[in-house]
Design a protein around this ligand. Structure first.
Ligand code: PEP
Length: 256
């Protein structure tokens, strides 16, 4: 874990317009100073329409905060009305892009094959995918959660090189913990994150597995971040609701 720098990523979901986005980034910048970035990477994932405003602020104030998007098209351009491509996000200076969030799997019927195509689109365009995996309560109760997450990660990384795999970020987000206030225990998070890392070691190599950052997501708040982030295979957090409060998000970053 000592070689893996923790990453705290704020998934704003479909919240905040571009003016509100500027206000939130300013609040984060007020609490998170340059010296803090030696110990933690912090990133925000605003809606597409906010990204240009965030870019202008980050560049203008030379912030060390990075940013990214919540989704991308598997295609680089063309007749795909309403979609946003990897080259567009790269041009806006995005570092990360979330792929396969459970809300997209559920509401937009994204399957493993599409998630894989999006992962490859991200890499093709120099973006780092944050690949989400996680089980429903039903799967958890049948104790199928480890295999479920391993298979989702296998599928997402199909056709990805070892070099690309080493740079990927994975987010373990149990569906029953997202937006519910019901957080996984540090033991639960550790068990699944360790299983995912073992799977990557088997698929690629121990070196690749050591390099990959695996985040926990699901009702992370300032009050519970410390104990979750202390788990040896938990390298950071994907934060939804609590990332909309600048002071709280900064406190979670400082806990890492
Ligand atoms: C998420 O959507 O990635 C998430 C973890 O949400 P929340 O923190 O609100 O549970």
């Amino acid at each position: 874990k000592t070689v893996r720098k923790p990453l705290i990523a704020g998934n704003w979901k479909m919240n905040l317009n571009h003016l509100e986005a500027i206000a939130l980034v300013q609040k984060i910048a007020f609490s998170l100073k340059e010296e803090h970035y030696a110990a933690v990477d912090a990133t925000v994932l605003p809606p597409f329409v906010d990204i240009r405003s965030v870019q202008t602020l980050v560049d203008g104030d030379r912030l060390l905060l990075t940013y990214g998007a919540q989704d991308l098209s598997p295609h680089d351009s063309g007749a795909y009305t309403g979609d946003v491509s990897g080259p567009m996000l790269a041009k806006l200076g995005c570092t990360f892009v979330v792929v396969g969030h459970s809300e997209r799997r559920q509401h937009h019927h994204e399957d493993d094959q599409l998630v894989n195509a999006k992962v490859r689109a991200a890499f093709r365009n120099g973006l780092t995918p944050i690949v989400c995996t996680g089980e429903s309560l039903e799967i958890r109760e049948q104790l199928g959660h480890l295999e479920h997450c391993e298979l989702q990660i296998d599928a997402a990384l199909e056709g990805v090189s070892a070099e690309q795999a080493a740079s990927v970020v994975i987010a373990y987000e149990p569906v029953w913990a997202i937006g519910t206030g019901r957080v996984a225990t540090p033991e639960d998070a550790q068990q699944v994150c360790a299983a995912i890392r073992r799977r990557i070691a088997g698929r690629f190599s121990a070196e690749v597995a050591d390099a990959v950052r695996i985040l926990y997501g699901g009702s992370v708040k300032a009050a519970n971040a410390g104990e979750l982030l202390a788990a040896p295979d938990v390298d950071g957090a994907l934060v939804g609701g609590a990332s909309l409060d600048g002071a709280e998000f900064a406190t979670i970053c400082l806990a890492a």
